[in-house]
Design a protein around this ligand. Structure first.
Ligand code: FRU
Length: 424
């Protein structure tokens, strides 16, 4: 049987490994890598909709961009159903937890705008009903292409299947607000191939989503990160010496960790417009460690590649664990080798007293980290919770070499622009 990395041959690069030994260094509640407690009296963006994954408008170099002084974010969004009999429990109360937990099945892409980089106003749906080819519009990235306001929205079309797609439209501003026009023709780009990236046929729990296109600051080419799992039938992966790493005596038992096979995928565009893509071997694999490395993204700083990805407690393999939050890796060149930040990979996790308070962190090049509120306990025992579905307080981190430090906390959903583009 081939090892997980032999699958990828000798060229053009070997994936870096997030090993079980690295993950043993993950510790919740280190104040330098823990998100401050979110208070249960948080404000909500909207009483009509839940929002979760937040995707700030940016350029291909990663800069968060406002247009004519308007900040713009895209969010995965789903209606709240406080009056729908389907979500009323036997006592006649709205079961918001169930409504929230069902949201993924009806996720749609919405946009919001703001003059202040917070206090977001709802713009509406990006694509009209019927435009997107599948039921679920899952995460991706809106890219401002030029001063004409053209926007390429890369996202994931899910159920049936999971296809990385893009749709082009335009952002239009007035004194009073922002609208999105166009976004009428969705172009499928690629799906998992079963050779490098696991398919649904190989594993019904496969992940293939969350495109993050970027221009490499060094070679100038257009690439895209995405979430995947390493190809192969579910259960066929090996957790060998390479995946285990250098562990202390007594830590060799890997249990059933062969079922956890996350990777950060990368593709390169064959054309300037990003319509024609070739998948390359993953940049990073987490076989035997974790099953999900979601929403991968970069910060390019000090000539280095800082690769961030979000992950959960429940997706860790047997014998390793860590908080829900954002993890990071650093390399001197695009194709690695990548080293876990802070030794472990953990950059910003939830405190153990509020393990689900936030998720879907996005580290921006200015060191600000945005996320959404999932659920916050309202009593000591943690049995009563308040569901979020809204923006979390933004956190500031400092990135220094191979380390990161929490240094600041800002307002809810604070996503200031790094540059402003005046539309022509
Ligand atoms: C992260 C995530 C993404 C996915 C979306 C689905 O929170 O799991 O990977 O695109 O949410 O709702």
């Amino acid at each position: 049987m081939k090892s997980n990395t032999e699958k990828f041959g000798k060229t053009p690069h070997q994936p870096s490994l997030w090993t079980r030994a690295d993950a043993l260094k993950v510790h919740a509640d280190d104040p330098t890598t823990t998100q401050p407690l979110v208070s249960a009296d948080f404000p909500v963006l909207s009483n009509e909709v839940f929002i979760w994954d937040t995707m700030p408008l940016r350029d291909l170099d990663g800069n968060i961009t406002s247009v004519d002084g308007w900040s713009v974010i895209f969010t995965l969004t789903a209606d709240r159903h406080p009056n729908d009999p389907q979500y009323i429990d036997e006592n006649g109360n709205y079961d918001i937890t169930r409504d929230w937990n069902d949201r993924h099945g009806r996720a749609k892409m919405y946009y919001w705008f703001s003059r202040t980089g917070k206090d977001w106003e709802l713009g509406g749906r990006v694509m009209a009903e019927g435009v997107s080819p599948t039921v679920r519009e899952w995460a991706g990235t809106p890219i401002l292409l030029n001063e004409q306001g053209e926007v390429d929205l890369y996202y994931t079309a899910v159920t049936p299947g999971a296809t990385i797609v893009k749709v082009r439209g335009r952002v239009v501003t007035t004194e009073h607000g922002v609208s999105m026009v166009g976004f009428e023709k969705v172009k499928p780009l690629f799906e998992a191939d079963g050779k490098m990236y696991q398919t649904e046929a190989q594993n019904p729990f496969w992940g293939f989503r969350d495109p993050w296109p970027f221009r490499d600051p060094n070679d100038g080419k257009l690439y895209m990160l995405f979430e995947g799992n390493v190809a192969g039938e579910r259960g066929s992966h090996t957790v060998g010496e390479a995946e285990i790493g250098d562990v202390p005596p007594g830590y060799e038992d890997v249990g059933n960790s062969r079922f956890q096979t996350a990777c950060v995928g990368i593709a390169v565009a064959r054309d300037e417009d990003g319509d024609d893509w070739e998948m390359l071997p993953p940049l990073l694999t987490a076989v035997g460690v974790n099953d999900q490395t979601e929403r991968p993204h970069f910060v390019f700083q000090d000539g280095k590649y800082y690769l961030f990805t979000i992950s959960h407690t429940f997706t860790y393999a047997d014998g390793v664990t860590g908080p829900d939050g954002v993890y990071g890796f650093v390399a001197d060149s695009l194709f690695g080798p990548y080293v876990p930040l802070n030794g472990s990979g953990l950059v910003l996790g939830n405190p153990s007293s509020q393990p689900f308070q936030t998720y879907s962190h996005c580290v921006m090049p200015n060191g600000l980290v945005t996320s959404f509120i999932d659920s916050v306990p309202t009593d000591e025992s943690g049995t009563q919770i308040r569901i979020g579905g809204t923006e979390a307080p933004t956190v500031g981190i400092r990135i220094k070499g191979q380390q990161t430090f929490v240094v600041a906390e800002y307002d809810y959903g604070y996503i200031p622009p790094m540059l402003d583009v005046t539309l022509k």
